[in-house]
Design a protein around this ligand. Structure first.
Ligand code: UFG
Length: 341
């Protein structure tokens, strides 16, 4: 019997790529998304890539009246819970929106799972929970620090809600995946990141600058204590990241979890600086990225990258794509969207 997975936020950037990888790994997928920060074109892209029907329900999953009927209509074996607000800067100005939305989404999903007897959930967490760690790279045992933003705090609080829930409710299992910096797009260029307005994140800003939509990329700071002075991050290809979800689901539904609540770092283990990323993008794609060095961005941490050995050995998963391949994919997606040749 095929297992079925509900993907909340499945029309979003990571959710849509994960839906593809799940289907290609032999799962049935149901996508729920309120489309508040996502487009139907992503769901259509998933359908085109996989040739699968992929049921889609437009729903605000924080509302039981909208979420519970999905569980009624589509009995599932597991949930991957992506749906959340995710703009770090916005969360500073709208903390209550972020706390209400992100916390009530997870709580409602867990309540639905209890009601309908669904025992497996993967939660989208973030390396933001580590803050500026004292020792790098970070392992899953690295202490979490005080969050830098309400957004980051919702990730921490949701991890705790999940941890406490699996402790309290027999049978329930959860895996929190702590994402590092997801970038790139599906090699088909049918799905990718769809930032609304001016991008906050580095790679969409780079691709839009190369495409001429933005005049100039600002590189936030070259006076950090790093080899070239710009910040270090662990940029992971979104398809590699999507496959980590498939591995996590397989672990849970296959009964291989070692504890009811588990945490994995999902990164490459390779620190890359902002300047290195920009220069690699230029070289791989043969385009110029007009940039200038400006002051530091408030709230940025200097450096973070993952120790991925636990995820590698326990999930049997490893990030495989090179930075070059990923940045070529990112550019391909931008060109495809804009009709650039
Ligand atoms: N950067 C620039 N110019 C830009 C945008 C970004 O120089 O226009 C730099 C940033 O200063 C940082 C790096 O590029 O050094 C990466 O920045 P992103 O905004 O792409 O990513 P962050 O690491 O700041 O944030 C990401 C996710 C968050 C998550 C956080 C955890 O977007 O969801 O990682 O550290 F919380």
């Amino acid at each position: 019997m095929k297992k079925r997975v509900l993907v909340t936020g499945g029309a979003g950037y990571i959710g849509s790529h994960t839906a593809v990888e799940l289907i290609e790994a032999g799962y049935d997928v149901v996508v729920a998304d309120d489309l508040s920060n996502a487009e139907m074109t992503a769901v259509e892209g998933v359908r085109r890539i996989t040739g699968a029907e992929v049921p889609f329900v437009k729903a605000d999953c924080s509302d039981p009246a909208q979420l519970f009927p999905i569980f009624e209509q589509y009995p599932v074996d597991a949930v991957i819970h992506f749906a959340a607000f995710k703009a770090v800067g916005e969360s500073v100005h709208k903390p209550l929106d972020y706390y209400r939305n992100n916390l009530s989404l997870l709580i409602t999903v867990l309540e639905a799972m209890r009601k309908y007897g669904v025992e497996n959930i993967v939660f989208s967490s973030s390396c933001t929970v580590y803050g500026q760690a004292d020792v790098l790279p970070v392992t899953e045992q690295t202490p979490r620090k005080e969050a830098e933003s309400p957004y980051g705090n919702t990730k921490k609080m949701c991890e705790d809600i999940l941890r406490d829930s699996v402790k309290a409710y027999p049978g329930l299992k959860g895996i929190a995946l702590r994402y590092f910096n997801p970038i790139g797009a599906h090699p088909s260029a049918l799905i990718g990141e769809l930032p609304r307005g001016v991008p906050n994140n580095l790679v969409p800003y780079v691709t839009q600058t190369a495409a001429g939509l933005r005049e100039q990329l600002s590189v936030f700071g070259d006076d950090y204590n790093t080899p070239d002075g710009s910040c270090l991050r662990d940029y992971i290809d979104v398809v590699d990241l999507a496959r980590a979800h498939v591995a996590a689901i397989g672990r849970m539904v296959g009964g291989r979890s070692k504890a009811p609540y588990e945490i994995f770092n999902v990164g490459t283990g390779r620190p890359v600086s902002v300047l290195e990323l920009v220069h690699t993008f230029e070289k791989v794609n043969g385009v110029k990225v007009n940039y200038k060095i400006v002051g530091r961005r408030a709230g940025d941490i200097e450096a973070v990258w993952a120790d991925t050995s636990y995820a590698n050995s326990e999930l049997g998963w490893k990030a495989e794509k090179s930075l070059e391949e990923t940045l070529a994919g990112a550019w391909n997606w931008e060109k495809h969207r804009r009709g650039i040749e």
